[in-house]
Design a protein around this ligand. Structure first.
Ligand SMILES: [Zn+2]
Ligand SMILES: [Zn+2]
Length: 241
């Protein structure tokens, strides 16, 4: 569950919610040895410090972890607002031993920040739409002509377009006939920003590939793209005159 309350207004409301145990995390000394860690799946010993994400397990219960295991769960950590005090984030914080409070005070903001940074980096790093390489084996077949691609032959493909999200590979000459997939390639970017493995090719193949890409791709290169931008606006329909 995400809190969507605005930052500045409704402070009274926020306080009210905090009283209702809105801490996203929880810590305690395990009362029994029955819980299993959601990270490593092993049991958490009775009396061992366990820490969890509130409401993230089945039926809205707390998903518990060993202390060391929880920091690997970036998915949940990235949504924790670590600018708040540990006490206001972790339910049961006040009942912990002093040295464990200190440890938590240091670890929580550190790993939350790391998780948030990773999330940003992952969002930026979008997979390239095409790939190229010298075929490592003779096992692949061309999605264009359906014939085998020889080992060592230069092959080019569209990433994520084959079964189970694998790359759909083509003979070098065959890929330029797949207009359907080429249409979606934005050639205003440099070839190495479009094609994974491009910089590992021999120079002559790089040149050939770059030239063919420009020739076959339907989106115009850099200069024209600028005027294209306005096309996305409300005047799009009039543009064709
Ligand atoms: Zn564990
Ligand atoms: Zn082919």
């Amino acid at each position: 569950m995400h809190c969507v309350l605005p930052n500045t207004c409704c402070i009274a409301l926020v306080v009210y919610f905090e009283k209702m145990a809105s801490e996203p995390m929880s810590a305690e000394y395990a009362k029994s040895a029955k819980s299993a860690c959601k990270g490593c799946m092993k049991n958490i010993a009775k009396g061992e410090l366990r820490i969890g994400f509130v409401g993230k397990a089945n039926f809205g219960t707390t998903a518990w972890y060993h202390y060391d295991c929880i920091w690997k769960n970036y998915e949940n950590l990235k949504s924790i607002d670590s600018s708040k005090t540990t006490k206001s984030i972790v339910l049961g914080y006040s009942d912990l031993k002093e040295d464990e409070k200190t440890k938590l005070d240091a670890d929580l903001p550190k790993y939350c920040k790391e998780a948030a940074e990773k999330a940003v980096a992952a969002a930026k790093e979008r997979p390239l739409p095409m790939a190229t390489e010298y075929a490592k084996s003779a096992k692949s077949s061309c999605k264009g002509c359906s014939k085998g691609i020889d080992k060592g032959a230069l092959r080019v493909g569209f990433t994520g377009k084959a079964n189970f999200g694998a790359t759909a590979w083509y003979h070098y000459d065959c890929i330029w006939k797949d207009n359907e997939n080429l249409k979606s390639i934005d050639c205003s970017k440099a070839a190495e920003k479009i094609i994974k493995g491009y910089s590992d090719l021999q120079d002559k193949d790089q040149d050939k590939l770059e030239a063919d890409l420009l020739k076959h791709c339907s989106k115009p290169p850099a200069e024209k793209r600028k005027s294209d931008a306005s096309k996305d606006g409300p005047t799009a329909a009039k543009k064709s005159k």
